[in-house]
Design a protein around this ligand. Structure first.
Ligand code: NAD
Length: 489
């Protein structure tokens, strides 16, 4: 059952993903999808809507009529028990028709204020009372701070146990995010070096060129810290920094990630300004076109102090990482759309090739998350010709060039995982709670300091100058995201 079936997420991501799974044979014929939303629609109208969504986003129509024949629709008011009774009746009928054995997945692709209410009704109106499995898939944001996340969690836990709750962080469905574990734990080359003896710093960048578009109202209350750092950025850090799990099971992996979040140095009060920088874009140029500043965007307060950019220095106080800064930055209206991780290795103890005019470049491992997918290893080699001059070289693996356009989208993988009952790539409550408690300390200070100096970076740049100073005071600089590209190698 997809709650929010006429919404943007369902249209752009969920139906195309289900269609892919169907055509790849990963969905048996024994499935039915009930679309649930406010407006009245017939089953036939809804099937046409799903068909249109698939055709618009994929452009293929193989087996499309057979696929949409599995879709049904229920007009619904999320606060009204009668709606849930009607939904239960339809679900029970389809259970019999498709021999589904009472297995149910409830996907909440709706505004988060409804999550608690829907979960409670699913229980009180009997939809969770089923002979098969029951799973709840929840979109972000999961609360807007720790207390609200706790309250939401308590409400959904009245109807679902922790192992039945699949909290989506779509970054965890991305091919190269899942690859972090493999790169680390399947290569003798990296794991022995993956610690404070050999790594000088790690940089995680997730930049966008887009502004807030139509989401000004939502973004005003969220900002980059809540929208990106609390979930996606901290999840990437946890995967980069965790200890090898004893097995690749959901519980073992999650418990290692939780340990990283517990070891994050807690920064509060006066200390925040030494570790975190916030920014907001002013007007500027993107791809040669003038764009307006954040405060001029639709549904945004003209004196808004909401941050559209965050840079931070994270310290993980454990044996492996003591002394290694992990820098993160994320923002809107930046120079390039790019998500990348740069692992910078320490300089070798003695440089035989050093000359004052040309220091040796450090070794870098770059993990390209999006839009390109791949890995680049930056090494030094001998410049061809006479003499022993060194030159930087790049070893490059591009996932796209191997897999073509067939890399499954994050939602496709996550939906499939949920159907199989594999919650590894979803966030556990402990991760959510620890991330909120880390981020809340920063937002508390930022919200009480109104003198922000916003806007403080021009659209089309890589953020405020203070973000460069954050690294410069440790003797580092941000590796540029653009000329590290796989395609340029
Ligand atoms: P949307 O506004 O496009 O769709 C909302 C849906 O909820 C519609 O189908 C609407 O009919 C239904 N709805 C609203 N009020 C209702 C009510 N009282 N009773 C029954 N149905 C009701 O929203 P969206 O963009 O699809 O986002 C849904 C969720 O997914 C949100 O939590 C959002 O944060 C999250 N999300 C969206 C995207 C995206 O790309 N759109 C990406 C990541 C996360």
């Amino acid at each position: 059952m997809i709650f929010g079936a006429t919404g943007d997420l369902a249209k752009r991501k969920l139906y195309p993903s289900l269609y892919h799974l169907f055509n790849k044979g990963k969905l048996t014929k024994r499935f039915a999808v009930i679309g649930v939303a406010r407006r009245p629609l017939s089953h036939e109208d809804f099937k046409a809507h799903v068909k249109d969504s698939v055709l618009t986003s994929i452009g293929s129509n193989d087996n499309i009529d057979e696929f949409v024949s599995h879709f049904y629709y229920q007009a619904h008011d999320v606060t009204d028990s009668d709606s849930y009774m009607a939904l239960k009746k339809l679900a029970d009928d389809l259970d019999g028709e498709y021999s589904i054995d009472g297995n149910r997945i409830f996907y909440l692709a709706m505004a988060p204020e409804f999550f608690g209410t829907i979960a409670e009704h699913l229980k009180s109106d009997g939809l969770t009372d089923t002979s098969g499995f029951k799973r709840l898939v929840i979109e972000k944001p999961f609360g807007h701070d720790l207390p609200s996340a706790q309250e939401l969690n308590e409400r959904i836990r009245t109807a679902f146990s922790e192992d039945e709750i699949y909290r989506i962080d779509h970054y965890l469905g991305k091919e190269m995010i899942q690859n972090i574990e493999v790169i680390r734990f399947a290569n003798a080359l990296f794991e022995p070096l993956w610690n404070n003896r050999y790594i000088s710093n790690i940089q995680v960048t997730s930049s966008e060129t887009l502004g807030v578009e139509e989401r000004g109202g939502y973004y005003e209350k969220s900002g980059a810290l809540r929208d990106m750092v609390q979930n996606h950025m901290l999840q990437m850090v946890a995967l980069l920094a965790m200890e090898p799990p004893i097995k690749l099971t959901t519980d073992e992996i999650r418990s290692e990630k939780v340990k990283v979040l517990r070891a994050l140095r807690s920064i509060k009060d006066e200390g925040i300004k030494d570790y975190f920088v916030r920014g907001q874009y002013g007007e500027g140029q993107i791809d040669g076109k003038s764009v307006s500043g954040y405060r001029e965007e639709h549904n945004v307060n003209e004196e808004s102090n909401t941050e559209t950019y965050v840079a931070g220095k994270l310290m993980i106080d454990n044996f492996r990482w003591a002394g290694v800064p992990i820098y993160i930055r994320t923002g809107k209206r930046m120079t390039a759309k790019s998500t990348k991780i740069v692992v910078q290795f320490k300089d070798i103890p003695m440089n035989l090739y050093y000359s004052m005019d040309k220091p040796l470049a450090p070794n870098l491992l770059v993990i390209h998350i999006q839009p390109e997918e791949g890995i680049t290893l930056h090494l030094n080699a001998k410049k061809s010709g006479q003499g022993m001059e060194t030159t930087p070289v790049k070893l490059n693996f591009s996932n796209k060039s191997v897999d073509g356009m067939n890399t499954p989208e994050a939602y496709e993988k996550l939906l499939h995982d949920c159907m199989r009952g594999d919650a590894t790539n979803f966030t556990h409550w402990d991760e959510v709670a620890l991330s909120w408690s880390f981020v809340d300390k920063i937002s508390d200070i930022w919200e009480s300091t109104k003198d922000t100096g916003f806007p403080n970076y021009e659209a089309g740049t890589m953020g405020p100058r203070a973000a460069d100073e954050l690294l410069a005071k440790d003797g580092f600089f941000w590796w540029p995201v653009t000329n590290l590209d796989v395609d340029n190698c």
